[in-house]
Every structure is written in structure tokens, then in C-alpha cells.
Design a protein around this ligand. Structure first.
Ligand code: SF4
Length: 1018
């Protein structure tokens, strides 16, 4: 039985289960279920899986506690090194993620911990193959032919540094006479556009885009980009990583938090919107998924999967609701409507207008449900909260700015003066000089929004039945506050996704489960501070402050731009802007950065650094950016820092070889939600295997940025770059100068004791970082050893995170109405954006509903991740490739029968943006909604070893000598199996034919691509 048929039989059982009442389940069935549950519990106990690795002290063996980067879930690792090579990876028993929230007591001696097994997921086990990937670069490359030709040659490190700093006619040898700008000429405070001074200085022509980065390298690169070069353009990749669901939380918490999730340890019911918890989630599948699985098997929790595709978790779910892609908001707003009309909201919580009132009804957070919003047309506060000063201009200070609520008989009060206020109400109040002000409560505005459509209309939009919405809403509201949604990448990662994700998030507020045990929780934060303390890693002499507007326009208002002013002065409305601006976004908009680079808007890019980033592969429609990267007029200089030649840095001018995470990637990792307080620390287990500079430092990100800074005479690097509390200045000439001092700060801030002589010796004999110990005092080093020996500071426990039922570190205020969102405007029309959760179908920038616009393409395409694969590492994860060597176009069997397509046959998928289409093999299944096709990521690579390339002196450039030949790199077509669904990604013709994004927050669209299927002859 393959994985598809096993899951199908589970889901068929699940459908049957929906017809059973609990009363009809026989005693024998219950007993059998109990014994199965017990078996599952034993099997899933991390103490029973993954044998203890060889003990330290075995000949040639070392053990290092560190942190994984097989994905961004931040699990701990126990890496075993034999004869200098990474041998195995297991989990860290001190780390709650490896122990399903029940880690070893933190002060347990390290010797004992080594006997305690702890789990990591399958992806992590492939780390040795990732490190030893023969296609890894060990020497820097310079382009020796046209961009994209794959012609590269090795270049000496120092010469590369010189060329990137100084610029010049760097490619004259390949017939390019243009002058390439270097970093030195961008080190200037002249305005980048004298007609638009708000855009900032010339420095902003330097753009750094980071793919996978985490705290540690994140701050290190920010130091270089923002504080040494002074550019605002250090951009993350949150947009393609899952901006959609985070924007829902961003709106719900008024920009305070983005990582909130259902509590897997105490929830009685979880509602999973687009959350693939058994295959890809944060915390990882061996944490979140395993906890939910074991509690579900024990009968302690139930959950429903809402997803166009039956995820693996569907096998254990109460129900799998095969929703239409991009319609999570319709389902959620249907629930909101039913909950409001059937008195299923937590009205006592919602009626509490301030923290004290909420505490009286037992809650640690309060909502703005009762706060009044001005709806009086033309009032200067229209769409904003009414403040007491709007009623009485004589008030000052806090009295003036207080929100207003309605008491009995519609009498207005400051929000903090009453214990309860009217919830679902509108009124006309008397303002200054007898003026009238029409107001509504936030709750009333949400209720009106929910009533825009009937339950039947919501169900039709979501492609489900009204009964399914009602059934889920009834279950969701039957567990008090021990229920919550867990929304993830599937929910909201599409155009109009901000309001979809806000609609999903607000469900938690309506039952009062935000920051309640078993409810919707944020993380509890870090165990301590790492970048300040004895050593100041934030401030340094001559530090610059980056100014201006980012190329992505994130966090900037179009209405404050010179472009808007000029259009207004010319007599127009000021609209449209050339491209959207994103004042209300979490940010990390790599897609809009690249679109800005393509369009030279709002200004031109001069020098692009891309780090661990493969946009041509990883962005829906990303292949469009190949032409951007290829064009020297749009990207005059492109430097990539990466471990391999990938589909994007194929177009780079220089590629700097980087190290992998077992060789470095120092990091300080705090928990994703829910709850928990810790800082896991990543340090290397093995010495880097990249080449070395003349003075013996390994090639990699840190060495590269340090050497550039020294050559360009930038502040913050070199001698005297790190101040300490004793008034001294310390050098920053290696990564360890920065990171080891950070670890010492953390050990001090977390108040860790000094390690015993045995544990100091354990670190000194096992951890490569120990050779830098001389930069710390003896006491600092001993405390640092205490932390290193345990892989981080894990002093907090889940049980300590709560006071009664309330999360101590929780969100304090929850927004049913978001004033800031409500005062943002559409970039084309200038129309205001709704400030409450509401249903909006996915649209392009011109306002065309995408489902309608692409009605000639009958199938919706959905994408997903698999449990053993990771985007940028699949080709090197040899063991995972053996298990799942290719992907499929998963098609419902009814659709396959109608089109006369058999399992395994080849089809071409064609979208409106990809008339040439892509070709893949069909897997006929019932695990996907009819009318949808599901294709996993990870496959369809054309680089990373999949193609031969004319790289000169390949035997000196790549790690594996057997992949080098006289013609250059020898590709292995087996690494290019399967298809890449992103190649079909929907473009937005209204915005220059560039990848489609949500115009409110810049969310890339992963759900609106529609395709036609052509059967190919077998
Ligand atoms: S989920 Fe797996 S790959 Fe991701 S961090 Fe955890 S162990 Fe590593």
C-alpha cells in the first residue's frame, strides 16, 4: 500500500465516522481505540525513538548540541561528528521542541542528557548529505560569459573583494564595456532622486535580499547593510514564507504579534485552516504534529482540516473540509455570521472594554469590540475610533485620547471607566457645539460585515455546504476557550489574503480564546538578550542610520510621496500610484522588491546582494524575474552568497561560497507560538569545508561582509568595532568575534551558572567554537559553556507560562476593528481599505476577480510541502530523494475519469501566464477537491546539480571531484525530476506582467493560479 492509498483509506474511514453518533460506538470499538491510542502514545514518545548516538570520548567522535536548519522550525540537534565529518543528527533533550514540550529539566547534568533520546524529523537526518553535496561551491566565482549562460570562472578572494568595492569595467573581458558600480560609490549621502528627497540617499541603491536567514546572521547582515552601508534595503522573504496568515494576526493584535497558533498541548479542539501540521509547520512536525497526533490518539483533542487537499493529518481529523482555494475568508465569515446570530460569542469577554474589566471575567486580554468608531460622513475622525476629546475638546492628555464606549441609554464613557459596555450598538452622540456624531461599536461593524452575505452565499463561495460551516462553528464554540484555529500557509497566502486571514484570526477573539491555555497563543519570548549586555553588538562608533523608502515600499505611505504630491498639484486625485505601497504590512517583501527593481520604481537598484535566495525557483511566477536579473540595466551588479549554483544566481556576476548550518550559521532562536520561552543557540559542529582566505578564515557570508567592510572602510567592522561595558573596544574580524560574545551576553542575561569542570571540558573537547574562548573572561567562558553544553537557554517550562488559564506573556488587546488598516487606501483608486474582517474574493490589482477572469482554465492549482523535503535542499537530500524521488499532479478520480486520464499518465498544465505550460505525471486520488490539482514543491529543479554548466576549472570549484569534467560541471538529470508548480504562477497584467501580489500587504499569491489540462500521449 503506498502513502496515497493508506491515507485514502483513512479518509474514507473519516467520512464514515461523520455518519456515526458517539452513542452508537460499541464498547469493543472503544476498547480497541484505547489500545491503539496507547500504542500510538508509546510509539510517539520521543524517549523511545532515535537511539542515543555514540558517547563523546569514543575514539574520533565528538558531540555538539546545536540547532537545526533543515527548515525554519528551530528544533534542537545533537550532532555527532566522527573523524571530522558530520555523522548523525538526533534531537536535543533539553529543547522543548524535540521533546514535545516536555524536555529534560534544564539543570540535568549533560552526561545524563547524552543517554536521553530526542527526536528530529526526517529532513534533519539528511544533513550530512547537504554538507557533503558534491555540487557545493568551495571557491568564489566570477561570470565569464553573458548572464545566464552558466559560464563562470574561479576568482581570487582578494581580487573579488576589490572589484565589488571599486566597480569599474569588470566584464570587459566578455565584451561588456559598461562601467559597473561598486559599493564605494554608493557610500554617499546625496539624494537618490533629488526630486523625491523622501526616498533617501544614494546608499539605498544597495539592496540585500535574504532568503533563509534567522536571528544571528539576520542582525549581522543588518549591521553591514543598514548601519555600515546605510541602506534601508535589507529585505527578508517573509512574503513567500507565509505573510498571509501572519497578516491576520498582525491586524488582530494591532501590529504587536504575528505568530499566534492553537495551543497543541491543552486545546480540546483545533480548526486547521491551511495548516499542514504533519508535514510542514512551525514548530516542526516532530513537535506540533506529534503533539496533536498523540493527544488525538489519547482522545484529548479533536481537530478539523480545512484544505483543498487532504493533508496527512486528515487521517486523524474529525473531518476534512475540501474548501475551494483562496476562500478561507468566506468560510470564516460564514462562521462569524452563524456565531453572532446564534449567540455563540463570548459576550462577557467581548463586553469588557478595558484590562481591569476583562480580568474580572477571568481574562488576561481585552478586546476593542465595544469601542466606538466614527461613521459620521465627513467627520475628521471618520473611520477612526472616537476619542473623548471628540466629545469634549477641553480635555487633555490621556483623558483626551481615551477611547469611548456606550453605557446604559447610550451614555458615552471613557473605555477605562466602566466594567461593561454595549456590544452590538450604534448611536448618534452630541459633539462640540451641538454637532452630531454617528458611531458604531467595532462589534456592530463586524456584524454588518458578516451580514453582507448569507450563509448560503458564503458556503457557495467556499465551495462547501452551509451545513459544513454550521457543524464546524458549533464544534468550535462548544469548548469554552479551549478551542482555537491554527492557520498557516494555505490560509491567506493569496491576493485579498489580509482580510481572509483576519477573518480566520477573529474567530478566536469571538470565543475569547486569545492567549488562554488551550486557545490561540503567541510565544513567550527569549530566555535573555544576546546582542546587548557585557558586549554591545547593536551600537558601534560611527554607526549610520538608514533613511528613506524601501524599494518594496513596505512601511511607507504613498500619500507622503513626492509622486502623490505632484499628481495632486497637477489637479488630479493623486491616484493611481505606479505600483502599490504597503504602509500596513509586516514586511519582508522580496517579491515587490524584485518587481521594484524590474520597474526601477520608486528608484533604481545599483548593486544587488542575494543571500540563500532563489527567487526564480521559489516565487510563484518567479521565472519572470530571470529576465530582471539578466538585465544589467536593471541590476548593474549582482552578487550571490550561496552554497550552490541555483536557478537565480545563474544570472549573478559573482557567487560567494557559503557554509552550511552544521559548519556555522550561528543563531539565537526563540519560540514560534504557542507559548514557551527559550533561546536555542546554533554553533558549528564541524569546521567549514569551503576554501580559506590567505589569513586562514573560511569563505562564507561573514568573512565576505567583513572583508568588504574593511576594504570600503565602513564602520562597525575591524578594529574597535565592538564596545563592552568596561569601556573597551574589541575587534570584529571573524564571525566568532560577534557571535561568541553574543552567546556570552545571553548566558549572562539568562542568569546561567558557571559550568562544572566536567562540562567545560565537554565543550572544549567537542565544540569547534571553543578555540575562540580567549575573547571571554574565565567566568564568562564558564557560563557560556553551561549554555553551549545544553544547546541554548531552556530555563522556562510550558507550565510556567500561565497564570491560571491566562498566558502571562500574552497579547493585551485584541482588535475586532483595526483603525490603521481602515485608514489605508487602495493604490489605484484611493478607496479606503476595510478595517474589519470581511470577505473579499482574490482579485488582481485592477480589481478583476481571478476565478472569473481565468474561467477558461477549469482547474485550480494548489501547492504544498512534503514532510521529507525542503525547497533549496531537496537535490542534496539524497535519502529523501530515495523515498520520494519525484512529485505528481494529484487529480481527483472523478476529474481523471471525465478526462480519461489514467494514473501515471503524463499531462501538460497550462495557465494564462504560462502558455507553454509544464509537463508532469498524474496521480489519481480522492485526496484533493474535485476541480483542483495539487502539486508539491521541491522538484523541477533545473540547477543545483540538475544541469551541466560550462564552469572553468570545475575541479577546483565544486566539492565533488566526480562532478567536474573538462567541459565544466557535469549535471545529473535525476536531480531535476518532477515539476515546479511555481512555473505556472499567475502574473498580474495590470502591474507590468509581474508576479501577482495582494495590494494591501504585498502577499504573493499561492492559490489563485488556474490551469487547463492537456493529456499527452503516453
Ligand atoms: S522540523 Fe525537522 S528540519 Fe525542521 S528544524 Fe525541526 S528537525 Fe529540523
Amino acid at each position: 500500500m503506498n502513502i496515497f492509498s493508506a491515507l485514502e483509506s483513512s479518509v474514507l474511514k473519516l467520512s464514515r465516522r461523520n455518519f456515526l453518533t458517539y452513542a452508537s460506538v460499541s464498547t469493543a470499538t472503544l476498547l480497541a481505540a484505547r489500545s491503539q491510542a496507547e500504542a500510538a502514545r508509546q510509539w510517539l514518545d520521543p524517549r523511545r525513538v532515535q537511539a542515543t548516538p555514540a558517547s563523546p570520548g569514543d575514539r574520533g567522535t565528538r558531540t555538539v548540541y546545536s540547532a537545526c536548519l533543515g527548515c525554519n522550525a528551530r528544533c534542537g540537534t545533537r550532532m555527532t561528528v566522527q573523524d571530522g565529518k558530520l555523522a548523525t543528527i538526533a534531537g536535543n533533550p533539553y529543547h522543548p521542541y524535540n521533546m514535545r514540550f516536555d524536555p529534560l529539566e534544564y539543570h540535568t547534568p549533560v552526561r545524563e542528557s547524552l543517554q536521553t533520546p530526542a527526536s528530529v524529523c526526517g529532513k534533519a537526518h539528511d544533513a550530512p548529505n547537504y554538507v557533503n553535496n558534491p555540487y557545493r561551491l568551495v571557491r568564489p566565482l566570477k561570470r565569464s560569459g553573458p548572464r545566464g549562460s552558466g559560464q563562470f570562472e574561479p576568482i581570487e578572494w582578494d581580487r573579488m573583494i576589490e572589484e565589488i568595492v571599486q566597480g569599474g569595467k569588470l566584464f570587459a573581458h566578455v565584451g561588456e564595456e559598461r562601467r559597473v558600480p561598486g559599493l564605494a560609490e554608493l557610500n554617499s549621502d546625496r539624494p537618490i532622486d533629488p526630486k523625491a528627497p523622501e526616498l533617501g540617499p544614494v546608499r539605498n541603491g544597495f539592496v540585500f535580499i535574504a532568503g533563509r536567514d534567522q536571528s544571528g546572521r539576520q542582525e549581522f547582515t543588518s549591521r553591514f547593510v543598514k548601519e555600515a552601508m546605510g541602506s534601508v534595503n535589507r529585505v527578508g522573504h517573509t512574503d513567500i514564507c507565509g505573510l498571509g496568515f501572519r497578516m491576520g494576526n498582525f491586524a488582530l493584535t494591532e501590529k504587536k504579534e504575528v505568530e499566534l497558533k492553537a495551543d497543541p498541548l491543552s486545546a480540546e479542539y483545533l480548526l486547521l485552516f491551511g495548516a499542514n501540521i504533519y508535514e510542514a509547520t512551525q514548530p516542526g512536525i516532530n513537535t506540533y504534529g506529534a503533539l496533536v497526533a498523540s493527544r488525538s490518539a489519547a482522545g484529548k483533542t479533536r481537530f478539523t482540516v480545512i484544505d483543498p487537499r487532504a493533508t496527512n493529518a486528515s487521517a486523524h481529523a474529525e473531518d476534512w473540509i475540501a474548501i475551494k482555494p483562496g476562500q478561507d475568508g468566506a468560510f470564516a465569515m460564514g462562521m462569524v455570521r452563524w456565531m453572532m446570530e446564534n449567540d455563540r460569542c463570548h459576550t462577557a469577554y467581548l463586553s469588557a472594554p478595558n484590562p481591569k474589566a476583562a480580568a474580572k471575567v477571568g481574562h488576561g486580554s481585552y478586546s476593542n469590540a465595544t469601542h466606538l468608531v466614527v461613521v459620521e460622513p465627513g467627520h475628521r475622525q471618520e473611520h477612526r475610533f472616537l476619542r473623548m476629546s471628540d466629545l469634549n475638546p477641553a480635555l487633555t492628555g490621556e483623558q483626551a485620547s481615551a477611547y469611548v464606549v456606550l453605557g446604559a441609554e447610550d451614555k458615552p464613557f471613557p473605555f477605562d471607566a466602566v466594567e461593561s459596555a454595549q456590544l452590538d450598538r450604534e448611536a448618534t452622540l452630541v459633539g462640540p457645539n451641538g454637532s452630531t456624531i454617528r458611531v458604531k461599536t467595532s462589534f456592530r461593524l463586524l456584524a454588518e460585515s458578516a451580514r453582507r452575505f448569507t450563509l448560503e452565499q458564503y458556503a457557495a463561495s467556499a465551495g462547501v455546504t452551509p451545513e459544513q460551516i454550521v457543524r464546524v462553528a458549533r464544534e468550535f464554540t462548544s469548548h469554552g476557550t479551549r478551542a482555537a484555529v491554527c492557520q498557516y500557509h494555505g490560509a491567506g497566502n493569496y491576493a485579498s489574503g489580509v482580510h481572509a486571514a483576519y477573518s480566520v484570526a477573529v474567530l478566536n477573539a469571538l470565543i475569547g480564546s486569545v492567549d488562554r491555555k488551550g486557545g490561540y497563543l503567541k510565544g513567550s519570548g527569549a530566555a535573555g538578550s544576546w546582542n546587548q549586555g557585557s558586549f554591545d553588538l547593536k551600537a558601534f562608533p560611527s554607526q549610520l542610520k538608514a533613511k528613506g523608502v524601501m524599494l518594496s515600499r513596505e512601511g511607507a505611505s504613498y500619500e507622503k510621496s513626492s509622486e502623490y504630491r505632484r499628481k495632486k498639484e497637477a489637479g488630479g486625485s493623486g491616484y493611481p500610484a505606479r505600483r502599490p505601497w504597503f504602509p500596513f504590512t509586516l514586511g519582508g517583501l522580496c517579491v515587490e522588491t524584485l518587481s521594484g527593481i524590474d520597474q526601477g520604481y520608486p528608484y533604481a537598484c545599483q548593486v544587488l546582494f542575494s543571500y540563500f535566495f532563489n527567487p526564480v525557483y521559489s516565487i510563484p511566477g518567479g521565472q519572470r524575474f530571470a529576465s530582471t536579473l539578466k538585465d544589467p540595466a536593471k541590476v548593474p551588479l549582482h552578487v550571490s552568497i550561496d552554497v550552490c549554483i541555483n536557478e537565480s544566481n545563474l544570472y549573478a556576476d559573482y557567487i560567494v561560497p557559503d557554509i552550511t548550518y552544521p559548519e556555522g550559521h550561528y543563531a539565537f532562536l526563540t519560540p514560534h507560538a504557542p507559548a514557551l520561552k527559550f533561546t536555542a543557540v546554533r554553533t558549528p559542529a564541524i569546521e567549514p569545508i569551503t576554501g580559506k582566505t590567505k589569513d586562514g578564515r573560511s569563505y562564507g557570508l561573514e568573512t565576505f561582509l567583513i572583508d568588504l567592510a574593511l576594504r570600503a572602510k565602513l564602520p562597525g567592522f575591524g578594529a574597535g568595532a565592538i564596545p563592552s561595558g568596561d569601556g573597551k573596544l574589541h575587534p570584529l574580524t571573524t564571525g566568532e568575534d560577534y557571535y561568541l560574545r553574543g552567546i556570552a551576553n545571553l548566558a549572562e542575561s539568562a542568569k546561567l551558572p558557571e559550568a562544572s569542570p566536567e562540562e567545560v571540558s565537554f565543550v572544549e573537547q567537542n565544540y569547534p567554537v571553543a578555540r575562540f574562548k580567549a575573547m571571554l573572561s574565565e567566568s564568562q567562558w564558564k557560563r557560556t559553556c553551561y549554555l553551549l553544553a545544553r544547546g541554548g537557554a531552556f530555563t522556562g517550562r510550558y507550565r510556567d507560562d500561565f497564570q491560571g488559564e491566562n498566558h502571562k506573556a500574552g497579547v493585551k488587546r485584541v482588535a475586532l476593528y483595526n483603525e490603521e488598516l481602515a485608514t489605508c487606501r487602495n493604490f489605484r483608486s484611493g478607496a479606503l481599505i476595510p478595517g474589519v474582517a470581511t470577505y473579499l474574493p482574490p482579485e488582481d490589482a485592477a480589481g478583476n476577480v481571478l476565478e472569473r477572469a481565468d474561467s477558461d482554465y477549469p482547474f485550480a492549482l494548489v501547492t504544498h510541502k512534503m514532510n521529507l523535503h525542503a525547497q533549496s535542499r531537496t537535490t542534496s537530500h539524497r535519502w529523501s530523494m530515495e523515498v520520494f524521488p519525484e512529485n505528481y499532479v494529484v487529480m481527483h478520480r472523478d476529474d481523471a475519469a471525465r478526462l480519461k486520464i489514467l494514473d501515471g499518465e503524463k499531462v501538460r498544465l497550462i495557465s494564462s501566464s504560462s502558455p507553454q505550460g509544464v509537463t508532469g505525471k498524474v496521480r489519481v486520488s480522492t485526496l484533493v477537491r474535485r476541480g483542483c490539482l495539487a502539486v508539491s514543491f521541491h522538484y523541477g529543479h533545473t540547477q543545483m546539480g540538475a544541469s551541466s554548466l560550462p564552469v572553468r576549472s570545475a575541479d577546483q570549484v565544486f566539492l565533488g571531484k566526480d562532478v567536474a569534467g573538462p567541459q565544466g560541471l557535469k549535471g545529473d538529470p535525476r536531480l531535476g525530476t518532477g515539476i515546479l508548480p511555481n512555473d505556472l504562477g499567475r502574473m498580474d497584467e495590470a502591474l507590468g506582467g509581474l508576479p501577482l501580489v495582494d495590494v494591501v500587504a504585498g502577499i504573493p499569491d499561492f492559490s489563485s493560479t488556474r490551469v487547463r489540462v492537456e493529456k499527452l500521449s503516453s
